[in-house]
Write a protein that binds this ligand. Sequence first.
Ligand code: HAM
Length: 416
Amino acid sequence: MAGQKISAPKGVSEYVPGRSRAFEFVRDNLISPAKLAGYQLIELPVFEDTDLFTRGVGESTDVVSKEMYTFEDRGGRSITLRPEGTAGVMRAVIEHGLDRGQLPVKVWYSGQFFRAERPQAGRYRQFYQVGIEAIGLEDPAIDAEVIAIADAGFKALGLSKYRLEITSLGDAQSRAAHRTDLVKFISTLKLDEATAERARINPLRLFDDKREEMRAAMADAPLLLDYLNEVSRTQFEQVQKYLDALGITYVINPRMVRGLDYYTGTTFEFVHELLGAQSGIGGGGRYDGLMEQLGGQSLSGIGFGLGVDRALLAAEAEGVIATSEFVSDLFIIPLGEPAKVQALVIASKLRSHGKTVEIAFGDRALKGAMKGADKAGAKHVIVLGEAELASGTVEFKEMETGHTSSVKIDSLLEVL
Ligand code: HAM
């Protein structure tokens, strides 16, 4: 089948030059506040044992029941491309015994995730997240700090048109009390088989049902927030107190349902105003039972995942992408073979000092090479010919202003 074009699989996000710098800017800035708060990189496989997600994320979720990329590998094992990051982090923390050391374990990650969703603007089958997890500390102050780190990531991009929604799913006792009443309430509703099954595994899911008739049916359902016991309520109030002190604004959304089953206590979502249907740019929360569920000790954790693709769309929608239009500090145009050798030497020396330097190879005519420099986004250009090599001096051109000056080749580093 030589010659036939092959396209990318349906619904994947990919970033090629033109937009890839903006993507890189968003990804790196989103996670920079986590690094400043002492979180360390954790780099994990994109595929895991399928059990990790069915047990960790929960069978009542769309993510597990409908959206997993699951396949049998050559050894007959069931493998799944990671739909999210938290379960894998827990698996690794347990496997490497990180929970036996200094607590909390604080890690950050960045990479591709996979969900076989119906593709649309801002919803992809392969997408990017940056995220953090803080494991082994139950203090409302760290809940607030985790939320503040996510918020700082969005602010680092210059985003402002988003809101933070928070709620609490309480502790096991609070949830049990609520569940009893919620199940009683749900038993009065007429449900189709699939919905009834979802409700049986996790009745909270019904709050997340987007169908108009289900929304109406759930309008009077008992809310978990009204069932928080003393401990859970106090914790939630403390989280709010810390957020207030940090000047972080939020709205309490008692109907928020996260798409993953492991959440307990503080949960939150960041919703962007300009993104339409796929407006969730990040979310997270606390998970009390996850580690135990996965065969580890009983330690609670909290974390978030931020959608890099959606944060980029949001930054574009707000018009705040602040990447420099310049790609390189210097563009060298060598004329002739001896100049080419010198260009290589000069570029390599400047790069070793952290300067971005490109060389126009290919013996192009001067005019074409100048155009190339402009297109490539060079800040400065020098032409290197026989005369320049003989005198050791070049015309140093600033592309933005067109201003030129005479500069010694040996002083290029200083003027850059
Ligand atoms: P999540 O809410 O499922 O949480 O995903 C986090 C973010 O990833 C979403 O807010 C959204 O921006 C982005 N996202 C999710 N699915 C897609 C998609 N199909 N296309 C584009 N972007 C998407 C989690 O994954 C949790 N692991 C977060 C967490 C960490 N909770 C505790 N620790």
